[in-house]
Design a protein around this ligand. Structure first.
Ligand code: AMP
Ligand code: MG
Length: 421
């Protein structure tokens, strides 16, 4: 097991250990945010034939040569009707948006340029071939490859899939994350906090972090600080893709997470990452569930530190990118922006610091300011954080006004600051 690793090295080891989850089928209606695990070929041509782009009259462009002209209206074509009736030469057909162009017609004149007079229509101007016609296959052609594996299914791709008649789609499975909290001092939010107990807030923040990234949290509960109880909870999480515990992973007398994981057959890859907050992070994997009498590999395991900020920050740096890779995403990390530092920051060289910052726009640039006390127990510093400022391991000072790198947590900050169009 490696120990005292640089943060980037630890992140590399984590990402090396994960690959996109196997495919499953999913109703297209439920597939928002999922990632395609198949290339999608179109089974149809859209539109299937030339259709009108306007309400107006379908004509042969040559018949309008000496416009204005008056043509007899031969028939009417509504959207959704058949295109079996050919347009006689020297005539027009009343047509509506989306209706198929009758054979023989090659242009549409919008009704604003026409004047209906009983059985005839007066057309004021000439038209060129193809005008206001959406040609067959303008959108997609049968057999064409229209979506690539790895595509995140947003509203656009989902609409396209629906238009191709695809009511189910093959996507990567959603990572299931078993979440366990450990500590004799912990209670649920409605629990009795007398006698120095505290609420297990990590269960909530970590479950929310899972949901935010599209993973499915399965909350196991609070384990007592005994190897037996911890082992019972870890076993309960072995059928998940990922097991995330918090606390009990440091060097205290009752920090049983690492020995219990190893005793149950987990291979720990590292413990101790040169990062602040979050040094005691451990990572491993159950290569098999043989000890439990189950076939197949077990989950990857993150033993996050217990302090609420450390748990959240290490989740951001290590668990979140792993969950994104499992879900099939190609882009694994938060957006990073350059910002001007609003105040001078100092630290000892050696560990990478992730400083919780507020972000403000000033004179066309972004200013990053610390959210206050950076103690790993001060959850408010995280609650107020719009970003995590990357204070490199070897640096000891960042001066006010310097350009710094910030991982943006608050998607709303990246939203346009003005009011739409
Ligand atoms: P430990 O790693 O067990 O020494 O925990 C470090 C700190 O994190 C202690 O102050 C714990 O009380 C706190 N802590 C541990 N688990 C949680 C949790 N689930 N929610 C909030 N705080 C926690
Ligand atoms: Mg503890």
């Amino acid at each position: 097991m490696r120990t005292d690793l640089p943060a980037a090295e630890a992140q590399r080891l984590v990402l090396e250990a994960v690959a996109p989850l196997p495919p499953e089928t999913c109703a297209t209606a439920d597939a928002l945010g999922r990632v395609l695990a198949e290339p999608v070929h179109s089974g149809r041509t859209l539109p299937p034939w030339d259709i009108s782009a306007m309400d107006g009259y379908a004509v042969r462009a040559t018949d309008l040569g000496s416009a204005p002209v008056a043509l007899p209206v031969a028939f009417e074509v509504a959207a959704g009707s058949h295109r079996d009736r050919p347009l006689p030469p020297g005539a027009a057909a009343r047509i509506f948006t989306g209706a198929p162009l009758p054979p023989g017609a090659d242009a549409v004149v919008r009704q604003e340029d026409c004047e209906r007079d009983g059985e005839r229509v007066r057309i004021r101007r000439a038209a060129s071939v193809g005008e206001d016609v959406r040609p067959a296959g303008e959108d997609v052609r049968e057999g064409e490859r229209v979506l690539e594996p790895g595509t995140r299914l947003g509203p656009g791709p989902l609409g396209l899939l629906a238009s191709l008649g695809r009511s189910v789609v093959v996507v990567h499975q959603r990572p299931r994350v078993a979440i366990l909290s450990g500590g004799d001092e912990l209670v649920e939010p409605d629990g009795d906090v007398r006698g120095g107990r505290i609420v297990s807030s990590n269960s909530y923040s970590i479950a929310a972090q899972c949901r935010e990234v599209g993973a499915e949290p399965v909350y196991l509960g609070i384990a007592r600080d005994t190897p037996e109880d911890l082992a019972r909870f870890v076993r309960a999480g072995l059928s998940a893709h990922v097991l995330v515990s918090s606390a009990g992973v440091s060097v205290g007398d009752r920090d049983y997470v690492r020995p219990v994981l190893e005793q149950l057959g987990c291979t720990l890859r590292f413990w101790g990452v040169r990062i602040k907050p979050g040094f005691p992070l451990t990572f491993g994997r159950f290569d098999s569930r043989a000890l439990e009498g189950e076939p197949g590999p077990g989950p990857i395991v993150f033993g996050l530190p217990g302090n609420p900020v450390s748990a959240m920050v290490t989740f951001e740096q290590f668990v979140r990118p792993a969950l994104r890779r499992l879900a099939g995403h190609r882009a694994l990390f938060r957006p990073r922006i350059s910002a001007r530092l609003g105040e001078t920051l100092a630290k000892k060289p050696g560990r990478l610091h992730l400083v919780r910052v507020r972000l403000d726009r000033e004179h066309g640039e972004v200013v990053a300011t610390s959210t206050g006390t950076q103690s790993s127990g001060v959850l408010r510093s995280m609650a107020l954080a719009q970003g995590l400022l990357v204070f490199p391991a070897d640096a000891d000072r960042l001066a006010a006004g310097e350009t710094v790198q910030v991982q943006v947590l608050d998607a709303d900050f990246l939203a346009a600051e003005d009011s739409g169009l």
